[in-house]
Design a binder for this molecule. Structure first.
Ligand code: ADP
Ligand code: MG
Length: 255
């Protein structure tokens, strides 16, 4: 595997009972790459992200992050369950931002960000606080360190959620429709933070309906349908020159 590859996915399958939610996904993501994933509701976008982040098991294929098989140990060609501790360790190096920001409501912005570094990574509270303040500045919220989520706008809460994920120093950031639950006028400020992050070289997988953002920021866009990646190409090719009827139809409705 060339060492600029961060994520390598081969023939990934995921069933929910008899329903095939991922029907053989192949995908390679390079370090520093921004991949946007688009596609209709129910096409498997969230399931794919959740498999990458070990929030969901898979039942066929292989999924590697930095050469590390995610979720399983492989022995004699078979997969074996991994101990919870090892799964938690893998999950820690991958940041995830959800549609709903799920911040701790009884903690301030700063406390939300320092929670993981202090209690999971064992960083000293002083150091965690210093780093959290830098992260708050990075997402434009240096003056909201002591605010509680309920006193912040949805856009501000989502920016805290991004800072919280970054505090764990992830090698990969996954975003699952991070702007879908925001008040429309606050979408831009969250996209700006993500744009900055991409420009700094963070490897990102972004499930989004913001086709304009995907066009501008993505190195490649993957179109998913029926648990498969139907097409994956540069924004230029995929948006202007879709190769399949299904991609064309989807784009006609959203773009
Ligand atoms: P998307 O994010 O593209 O909207 P999902 O990955 O959430 O799609 O879901 C893909 C399919 O898998 C959907 O049909 C959904 O109903 C199904 N699915 C997702 N999670 C579960 C679950 N926990 N149990 C049963 N079915 C699920
Ligand atoms: Mg989804």
């Amino acid at each position: 595997m060339p060492n600029d590859v961060l994520v390598e996915i081969k023939g990934l399958q995921k069933h929910f009972q008899s329903f095939l939610a991922l029907a053989g996904v192949d995908l390679t993501i390079r370090k520093g790459e921004v991949l946007c994933v688009i596609g209709p509701s129910g096409s498997g976008k969230s399931t794919l992200l959740r498999c990458i982040n070990n929030l969901e098991t898979y039942d066929g294929g292989r999924l590697y992050v930095e050469g590390d098989l995610i979720g399983y140990r492989e022995k004699n060609g078979a997969l074996w369950e991994m101990p919870e501790g090892a799964i938690a360790r893998q999950r820690r190096s991958i940041g995830m931002v959800f549609q709903r920001f799920n911040l701790f409501r009884h903690k301030t912005a700063l406390q939300n960000i320092t929670e993981g570094p202090i209690h999971v990574n064992g960083i000293s509270p002083k150091k965690a606080r210093e780093e959290a303040l830098l992260l708050l500045r990075r997402v434009g919220l240096e003056d909201r360190a002591d605010s509680y989520p309920d006193n912040m706008s949805t856009g501000q809460q989502q920016r805290v959620a991004i800072a919280r994920a970054l505090a764990m120093k992830p090698k990969l950031m996954l975003f699952d429709e991070p702007t879908s639950a925001l008040d429309p006028e606050l979408v831009g400020e969250v996209l700006q933070v993500m744009r900055d992050l991409a420009a700094e070289g963070m490897t990102m997988v972004v499930v989004t309906h913001e086709i304009g953002f995907a066009q501008e920021v993505a190195d490649r866009i993957a179109f998913m349908d029926g648990g498969r990646i139907v097409e994956c190409d540069t924004p230029e090719s995929l948006l202007k020159n879709p190769k399949t009827e299904r991609t064309r139809n989807f784009l006609q409705n959203v773009w």
